[in-house]
Design a protein around this ligand. Structure first.
Ligand SMILES: NC(=O)c1ccc[n+]([C@@H]2O[C@H](COP(=O)([O-])OP(=O)(O)OC[C@H]3O[C@@H](n4cnc5c(N)ncnc54)[C@H](OP(=O)(O)O)[C@@H]3O)[C@@H](O)[C@H]2O)c1
Length: 294
């Protein structure tokens, strides 16, 4: 059994991510939430109710002191909020200040370090669309950290105590790191939408199309995790069917050139996987590449 912690935390920007983490730390008795500062007091009060602790405040002047400050605002205002936080005068030597952006470095909080804080960023790799569901399923979530050693040590500890797994990300590579999460999460949603539009164009009502899609999508995702992307790839490009690919490019060109571009761009990635499978004639794959790059 690990020693219970008696650390305190303030939350600036207690939205989806902020309230999920604050509630987890409260439920696991890891951190005591003190001040919660949102844009509106009403939103702060709702956050406090969800978290089950803390006090909603209206201004930086009302902030209590705390061992940790989480700036879980939208990315665009992190630096500005850090400036306001520093001017409030509660940053003392050894306080940990962190933000939750996946694409921005912890250096955004450099002003807090100048005041004696230890700074970091923590990016939980998951979607927080529904905070109640996120709390229930949080255990096992990977969190990417970077920043000062002391801050990272403290944050790894409090994250591990509520079931998270942590890994280090290089601050200078965070933008590309974040592209990975955007592609597999947000663009997966966009890709489903593209599929739905094609089904609809082919005459299926949207509700039917969603039902039709579900087994093929979930089956494919299971295969990717079980077999890896190379072995999971099926379809015309895996079989080297040039005529099918050419007809599909042509049909899309006549209907929707945005979807055609997506089809061609992703087709080139599928082509590399097909080539790695090694089951298809390289000449057929070369001809498909030409068609996709036209
Ligand atoms: N959503 C995700 O799935 C996810 C996943 C990983 C990381 N992140 C990162 O987590 C951070 C927060 O994202 P989120 O999705 O939780 O955002 P969100 O749900 O929109 O919540 C943002 C919160 O910040 C508050 N806020 C906005 N401007 C503020 C200001 N100037 N001063 C004080 N509070 C302010 C908002 O207050 P009001 O409620 O009063 O408007 C709101 O409570 C971002 O850095 C994001 O990149 C998000």
């Amino acid at each position: 059994m690990r020693e219970p912690l008696v650390r305190t935390i303030n939350v600036i920007g207690c939205g989806k991510v902020g309230r999920t983490l604050a509630r987890l730390w409260t439920e696991h008795n890891v951190l005591e939430v003190r001040s919660v500062l949102n844009r509106s007091l009403q939103s702060g009060r709702q956050a406090v109710e969800f978290v089950g602790g803390g006090r909603a405040i209206e201004s930086y002047a009302e902030l209590e002191t705390a061992d940790i400050v989480m700036v879980s605002t939208p990315d665009e205002v992190i630096q500005q909020c850090c400036g306001q936080l520093c001017r409030a005068g509660i940053i003392q030597q050894g306080v940990v200040v962190f933000h939750c952006s996946g694409s921005l470095p912890s250096e955004l909080l450099a002003l807090a370090r100048e005041r004696g804080a230890s700074i970091a960023s923590v990016h939980p790799v998951r979607s927080f669309a529904d905070p109640t569901a996120a709390v229930e399923t949080f255990a096992g979530t990977y969190c990417a950290l970077e920043g000062d050693r002391q801050a990272c040590e403290v944050l790894c500890d409090v994250l591990h105590r509520c079931g998270a797994k942590t890994f280090h990300v290089q601050p200078e590579l965070k933008t590309i790191y974040h592209v990975a999460t955007v592609v597999v999460c947000n663009y997966l949603v966009a890709l489903m939408e593209v599929g739905l539009r094609c089904f609809e164009k082919a005459g299926l009502p949207r509700e039917t199309a969603i039902e039709v899609m579900q087994p093929i999508v979930t089956g494919t995702i299971t295969n990717v995790f079980k077999l890896g992307p190379v072995r999971a790839l099926t379809g015309p490009i895996a079989r080297g069917e040039l005529s099918v690919v050419a007809r599909q490019c042509q049909a899309l060109g006549q209907w929707d050139q945005e979807i055609q571009r997506i089809y061609e761009g992703l087709g080139l990635v599928a082509l590399e996987l097909s080539s790695a499978q090694g089951n298809t004639n390289p000449d057929a794959l070369a001809a498909i590449r030409k068609t996709l790059q036209k």
